[in-house]
Each structure stands twice: as structure tokens, then as C-alpha cells.
Design a protein around this ligand. Structure first.
Ligand code: GRF
Length: 212
């Protein structure tokens, strides 16, 4: 399994994935950020797919094609989003169906979107958390792989709460990805076994042609 990580920020989740020795072959970022240095320190190629614009003229589909090309060039077969700040379009979902995973700092389906922690705090919930899920075209949607709760404490700020959530994400995300990689690698081995068994199986007399 070859993982491509998409990141935009401080990259502490990326660091947790690196520390867990997951098979990361490339890190793609959409802006200059700390994630680049983290990748470089680990000897992983970091590619800056810089967004030309944050305005209405931004061509999201074309940008997505660029990201997909980079992932393909590195032979990626599993995409892990770790705080990537650009919503990607259909081409990445077409190219990697059920092979894009995301971590979100809330208990989905509650508090989707970029301001999940602030909105949870403003809503006055007593418990929030994080969700690792397969990504879909709709933002912060898709089958849930794992969730963990984080209590909201009296006096929490967006920063303090987000930091406690990220502590949990840094444990949960690598664990879920490790399990997923093992499952997908296992599936590959099984397929190879079936292919091999099919190839090695002696041909029966009657199998030659349909008419035989
Ligand atoms: C995480 O909370 C992640 O769930 C969210 O962005 C944050 C990334 O943090 N999508 P970091 O850059 O990994 O420190």
C-alpha cells in the first residue's frame, strides 16, 4: 500500500502518521506550511500544489486534476487527508473510490465544515470529538471508520478544545489507517492467491473449449 497525505497546516496529524511508520510516499500541500518541513525531515517527497486563487475564479476541477496527477506519479493507492484546506472535486473520487480517508474534529454528522470546533463550542455541547471516515464528494460525509469522544471543559476556548481533540486524532488516525492498510494489503494478497491458484490449477480435459 502506498499512501499519499494531503495537508495544509501545522501537520501534527501528518507527523503522527509518519511516526506510526505508515507507508507514506508523498505529501501534497496546497500552501506553504509546516507540513512540508515535517515531510522533508522524514525523507518523504513534499509537493506544493499551490492554489492560484482563493477567489471565485478558482478552477477547482483543474486543481483537483493536478493533485490527482501528482498522486499518480507517486503510485499512490490510498489517500489520507490530514487537515487539507481545499475542497477537491469529482476527479479525485473517480480515481480513488473508497480510497480517500479523512479525519474531522467533531463527531460527524454533527458540525461539518471548517469551523467544527468553534461551532461545537458555540452550540454548548458537553461532548464533541473526532471522526475518521471515508471521504465523499460531499464535504465531511461518508462511511465512518472510527469516532472518539472528547469532553468540553468549562472555560474551553476554540484553541484549547481543538488541541485536546487533536491529541485524540493523533492516536486514532494512525491506528485506523494501520488497520485499513492491513485490511487492504490482506485483500491484495488474497486476490493474488486466487489468481495464482487459478493459473497453477491443472486444466481438466473438458475445459478446453465450450464445444468439447
Ligand atoms: C485536524 O483537527 C483535522 O481534523 C482538521 O484539521 C486539523 C489538522 O491539524 N481537518 P494538523 O495540521 O494536523 O495539526
Amino acid at each position: 500500500m502506498r499512501i499519499g497525505v494531503l495537508a495544509s497546516g501545522t501537520g501534527t496529524n501528518l507527523q503522527a502518521l509518519i511516526d506510526a511508520q505508515l507507508p507514506i510516499v508523498v505529501v501534497v500541500v496546497d500552501r506553504p506550511c509546516e507540513a512540508i518541513a515535517r515531510a522533508q525531515r522524514a525523507g518523504i517527497p513534499a509537493v506544493l500544489a499551490e492554489r492560484a486563487s482563493f477567489g471565485p475564479d478558482f478552477d477547482r476541477v483543474e486543481y483537483t486534476h493536478g493533485v490527482v496527477d501528482t498522486l499518480e506519479q507517486h503510485g499512490v493507492d490510498l489517500v489520507a487527508m490530514a487537515g487539507f484546506g481545499t475542497i477537491l472535486e469529482k476527479p479525485i473520487h473517480d480515481r480513488f473510490p473508497d480510497r480517500i480517508v479523512n479525519t474531522h474534529p467533531a463527531l460527524l454528522p454533527a458540525f461539518k465544515g471548517w469551523h467544527a470546533v468553534r461551532e461545537a463550542l458555540e452550540a454548548g455541547v458537553k461532548v464533541t470529538g473526532c471522526t475518521v471516515h471515508f471521504a465523499r464528494l460531499e464535504v465531511d460525509d461518508g462511511p465512518i471508520l472510527a469516532q472518539q469522544a472528547v469532553p468540553v471543559l468549562a472555560g474551553d476556548t476554540v484553541e484549547s478544545l481543538h488541541e485536546r481533540i487533536k491529541e485524540v486524532e493523533r492516536e486514532l488516525y494512525p491506528r485506523v489507517l494501520r488497520e485499513l492498510v492491513a485490511r487492504l494489503d490482506g485483500a491484495k494478497v488474497d486476490e493474488a492467491k486466487i489468481d495464482g491458484a487459478e493459473r497453477d490449477r491443472p486444466k481438466l480435459e473438458a475445459e478446453g473449449t465450450a464445444e468439447a
